[in-house]
Design a protein around this ligand. Structure first.
Ligand SMILES: CC(C)(COP(=O)(O)OP(=O)(O)OC[C@H]1O[C@@H](n2cnc3c(N)ncnc32)[C@H](O)[C@@H]1OP(=O)(O)O)[C@@H](O)C(=O)NCCC(=O)NCCS
Length: 276
């Protein structure tokens, strides 16, 4: 039985042996090394979720026993499943974790050159590629797939797949800027070099209006919402044109692609090499 088959079989069990736990540890180590991923891009450029990987992550919660994870005598106490300790790290990993209350859960992949500003949280199954900056108060949710040289600004929230239950992880491709106080949830795919302006919220149910091409992007036919590459998305609103909404002059939140990235955007979003 290969690892995928083993994980699927274990997911059906309710009791576990030491050998079963060993199989789970092997699975978690491969996640940590980035050798297995919750979602992968195929040669045609389409993202495909690996459902069995999420199954394996849930298995860890089922299999784990609650333990105290604080250091002895520590005033700050922590309790979690013994299957999900902090990710083991060393200087050789070449990941900068600036002191101040950040947490990276085991079973996540963090590439060399990633910078973590405190406090931030990376959950299990997340994949964060080279040169990405995760700024203060940012969340990289379970199984989220983050590309190279992405800037996840302060307080940006990248949602996970565990709760509420979602099938597809959020994907942020290379060279995106995810602005401050943004929220990207429910399997949204942000293609490379996009700029998501501060405050924009994207979910599976959010239509995105493209001013440049006069089209509306939506999640449909089981496919997640996808933001095309180089898009600059800002917060907007649209009028409710009938009934009670119209009578009361209400409008509803509507993210808008105001343009596709140009030199001005590059200047506004330039990253500082010295910080890396
Ligand atoms: C998107 C952003 C990068 C600006 O990009 P830009 O290419 O310089 O945009 P421009 O100034 O050319 O603006 C293009 C249009 O969008 C509008 N616009 C730009 N940013 C906007 C925003 N955040 N909200 C609403 N409208 C915005 C402009 O008013 C302009 O509209 P107009 O053509 O009708 O005048 C900037 O608004 C932004 O959000 N930066 C990220 C800030 C941040 O989160 N930093 C992280 C700190 S930790």
């Amino acid at each position: 039985m290969n690892l995928e088959e083993r994980i699927k079989a274990l997911a059906e069990q309710t009791e576990f042996t030491a050998d079963d736990r060993k199989a789970f540890e092997e699975f978690k180590e491969l996640l940590r090394k980035g050798e297995i991923r919750a979602a992968e891009k195929d040669s045609a450029g389409n993202w495909k979720a690996n459902a069995w990987v999420k199954q394996g992550i849930l298995l860890g919660f089922k299999m784990g026993a609650m333990i105290e994870v604080s250091s002895e005598g520590d005033q700050f106490q922590f309790f979690d499943k013994d299957t999900y300790p902090l990710r083991p790290m060393s200087l050789e990993d070449r990941i900068r974790i600036v002191p101040g209350g950040s947490t990276i859960r085991d079973g996540s992949y963090i590439a060399p050159g990633v910078v973590c500003m405190p406090p931030m949280y990376v959950n299990v199954g997340a994949y964060v590629d080279e040169g990405t900056m995760i700024d203060s108060h940012a969340l990289v949710g379970s199984c989220a797939q983050i590309g190279k040289r992405v800037h996840i600004s302060a307080a940006a929230q990248i949602g996970g797949v565990l709760e509420p239950v979602n099938a597809n992880p959020v994907v942020i491709e290379d060279d995106c800027l995810i602005g401050g106080n943004t929220g990207i949830y429910e399997g949204v795919i942000v293609r490379e070099k996009c700029v998501i302006a501060s405050g924009v919220i994207l979910t599976r149910s959010t239509p995105v209006f493209d001013l440049a091409n006069e089209v509306v992007f939506k999640a449909q036919n089981g496919k997640p919402l996808e933001i095309p590459s180089h898009a600059v998305v800002v917060q907007g609103s649209r009028a409710i044109t009938s009934g009670f909404g119209k009578e009361n002059g209400l409008s509803i939140y509507a993210p808008i692609i105001v343009k596709y990235r140009d030199e001005r955007t590059d200047a506004a979003t330039k990253l500082e090499d010295y910080l890396r």
